[in-house]
Design a protein around this ligand. Structure first.
Ligand SMILES: [Fe+2]
Ligand SMILES: [Fe+2]
Length: 306
């Protein structure tokens, strides 16, 4: 089976208009395929639900199974709206109308290969232990005027999603993780991560005995190997919002796991998990457009086509 995978299209905020060529480019490949193909989108299609719906509908005539996992940007709403409602209802309806199977709500099985997927979330477990603070800048603990050292930043500081600094007596915003402004619901990040974990466990239990091989798809990154440390304070602060180690542990416990797909960091690439299980960041890059992976449905071996 061939898997065409893509994430982080950001169709409403995209400097590369080429994302709208994706359906045509993938269709051209599928036309030449002699074996079964499947399409997976691992989140961050668009914040605007109309653009989101329009983008998914561009694939409507593609005669293969199409799977979708939500990304954090897909859940962004203006104040007064509810991200959970968007996650559970609006995205579900848009997927259904466009002919996509919404993995966050139900797993998918084809040829004894199980596809389990979930947005995942973050619980700050990938916060960077160190970074480089540019000379002259002092970090300020959020909601106070106290200086703080990087090593002393705790979950309560990451919960604010803003890192403040002071330089020459001027207070300024070093970086902000924008979910702060556009995710509106009653959960803390840790609570929503637990909710995701519960769904993942439920879906894994649902498919475990019916499949030979498992492909897990998430938007967020749940393994240290996928976290980039850049020694740049803006980037390294945001590592706290990449994913959850606990979700990663749950995924890795699955003995039928053969492949892990994710996005979120916009840095496409590959790494290997224990037992040689390949993990691909399928974030959209204008140079290579999409990732194509072959999974052998007899022995579960995986190879990268392009
Ligand atoms: Fe993204
Ligand atoms: Fe994202």
């Amino acid at each position: 089976m061939k898997i065409y995978a893509i994430s982080d299209i950001h169709a409403d905020n995209q400097k590369y208009r080429t994302v709208f060529d994706l359906p045509r480019l993938i269709q051209a490949k599928i036309d030449k395929d002699t074996e079964k193909s499947i399409l997976i989108i691992c989140g961050d299609v668009a914040q605007n639900i109309l653009v989101f719906h329009h983008f998914l509908k561009m694939f409507k005539k593609m005669p293969i199974p199409k799977l979708f996992v939500a990304g954090n940007h897909d859940l962004w709403v203006e104040n007064g709206s509810d991200s959970l409602m968007k996650y559970l209802v609006l995205i579900k309806e848009a997927c259904y109308d466009a002919g996509f199977h919404y993995l966050d709500q139900e797993p998918f099985i084809d040829e004894k290969i199980g596809f389990v997927g979930n947005i995942g979330w973050y619980d700050y477990s990938f916060k960077s232990p160190h970074t480089v603070i540019p000379e002259g800048i002092q970090l300020i603990k959020g909601n106070t005027s106290h200086y703080i050292q990087w090593e002393d930043l705790h979950d309560e500081d990451y919960e604010l999603k803003t890192l403040l600094g002071e330089m020459d007596n001027n207070l300024f915003n070093i970086t902000t993780w924008n979910d702060k402004y556009y995710i509106h619901w009653s959960f803390s990040d840790k609570e929503f991560t637990q909710r995701c974990l519960y769904q993942i466990q439920k879906h894994l239990a649902q498919v475990r005995k019916k499949i030979n091989h498992l492909v897990f798809c998430s938007h967020h990154i749940h393994f240290q190997e996928g976290i980039l440390h850049k020694n740049k304070v803006q980037w390294d602060f945001n590592n706290a919002f990449m994913g959850s180690r606990e979700i990663g542990k749950t995924i890795l416990n699955e003995e039928k796991l053969r492949l892990y797909l994710f996005g979120h960091s916009h840095e496409s690439g590959k790494f290997t998990l224990k037992n040689n299980i390949p993990a691909f960041n399928v974030s959209y890059q204008p140079k290579n457009n999409f990732t194509c992976i072959q999974i052998n449905n007899i022995d579960g071996s995986v190879s990268l086509i392009s």
